[in-house]
Design a protein around this ligand. Structure first.
Ligand SMILES: [Cu+2]
Length: 374
């Protein structure tokens, strides 16, 4: 019996030992919470560091992905620019893309005629004209457009046509081919004959047409006109445009036999040159063709002139702002100005000999620039 009692007591003892241990164990988390929050900050665990590195790498990967996207965009732009260039090159041969929207052929008829023109009241010149005017009509064509110019020689002289500045095929240049008298004869357009000049206007810019060097004297009698090739990529934002042809014409006074040379702009001498009308705020473009053999320092009062191009270097010139632009003999310039100073102004040569005619002022190159509100 005694031994069974001992055994029970032992069991009870063991249970009593277990119970406090159990209670203490259950109570432990609550008791330990407070000291844990106040513990000093520990170094980031190894796995946390790994996580940070992974995040960093993901960020870099994303940036690289974005950069690749940008590169793709740039490449796409280069590709489309290359396509656009290819489309512009109509003589592209095997590279010629199909399905391109072709520009229609621009057909122009020029009639060369002997004509008496009045450069000032009573002062007349036995001139030569294209389509009854000096200068001849301004020909506007698009970059890449096929052009067909039919020259009808209705004058009493053989003539020819040169497309000055344009890179047209030799066959339409109007120059005789070397070593062939027959060919030379072919290029001379006899009176009452006509000739078709066909070419593709490849480069945008300001050009002119006139007889070839063998008919040099005809240019000094009024045979010239502007050929403007408009860019297909750059929209023309200038609406007020003027072509000014400066030329010396041989003239005769009414009732006199003496001939004098008169400096003219578009076949008229000052003060008979029509005024250039401008509106406040607008940009005005002047394409000046100096057909004379003298440099002309052109000054516009009250404004600054911007040189946009000179003799074929169109829109490639740096921006130059001047109050006077000298147009060298036989050269041309594209000049622009902003009409920002309302009034009546003068666009004229700075040389006395070029703004007077036989000692009388005004004469020669002097043009009124008038704002519409004046
Ligand atoms: Cu020329």
């Amino acid at each position: 019996m005694k031994s069974r009692k001992t055994a029970l007591c032992l069991a009870a003892f063991l249970v009593s030992l277990l119970v406090p241990v159990g209670e203490a164990g259950l109570a432990a988390p609550a008791a330990q919470k407070a000291p844990q929050t106040e513990a000093p900050k520990q170094e980031p665990a190894f796995w946390d560091t790994i996580d940070d590195v992974a995040a960093e790498q993901a960020k870099e990967k994303e940036e690289l992905r974005k950069m690749k996207g940008e590169l793709d965009d740039i490449n796409q732009e280069i590709d489309s620019a290359r396509d656009a260039m290819r489309n512009l090159n109509l003589n592209g041969g095997p590279n010629q893309p199909t399905g391109r929207q072709a520009l229609p052929v621009q057909e122009i008829h020029l009639f060369a005629r002997n004509q008496q023109v009045e450069v000032a009241p009573g002062i007349k010149s036995l001139a030569l004209t294209y389509n009854n005017k000096i200068p001849g009509p301004t020909l506007h064509v698009m970059e890449g457009q096929p052009v067909k110019i039919v020259l009808h020689n209705e004058s009493n002289l053989p003539t020819s046509l040169h497309l000055h500045g344009l890179q047209a095929p030799h066959a339409v240049d109007g120059l005789p081919r070397s070593g062939s008298a027959d060919r030379q004869a072919e290029r001379l357009l006899k009176p009452q004959d006509n000739f078709v000049y066909q070419f593709i206007a490849k480069e945008p810019g300001t050009y002119l047409y006139h007889p070839q060097v063998i008919h040099y004297d005809q240019r000094d009698r009024g045979l010239f006109g502007a050929l403007i090739v408009h860019s297909r990529l750059q929209a023309n934002d200038v609406k007020n445009e003027h072509e000014l042809f400066i030329a010396r014409l041989e003239c005769q006074d009414a009732g006199k036999t003496k001939t004098t040379s008169v400096l003219t702009v578009n076949g008229k001498t000052a003060p008979g040159i029509p005024a250039i009308q401008v509106r406040s705020g607008e940009r005005v473009r002047l394409r000046v063709f100096n057909m004379s053999e003298e440099d002309v320092p052109l000054h516009l009062s009250g404004h600054k002139l911007e040189v946009k191009g000179q003799s074929g270097a169109d829109v490639m010139e740096p921006k130059l702002m001047r109050d006077t632009v000298t147009i060298p003999a036989k050269q041309r310039a594209e000049i622009e100005f902003v009409a920002n100073n309302p009034g009546v102004w003068s666009l004229a040569s700075e040389n006395w000999s070029q703004i007077s005619s036989n000692g009388k002022f005004p004469g020669g190159v002097a043009i009124v620039v008038r704002y519409k509100e004046y």
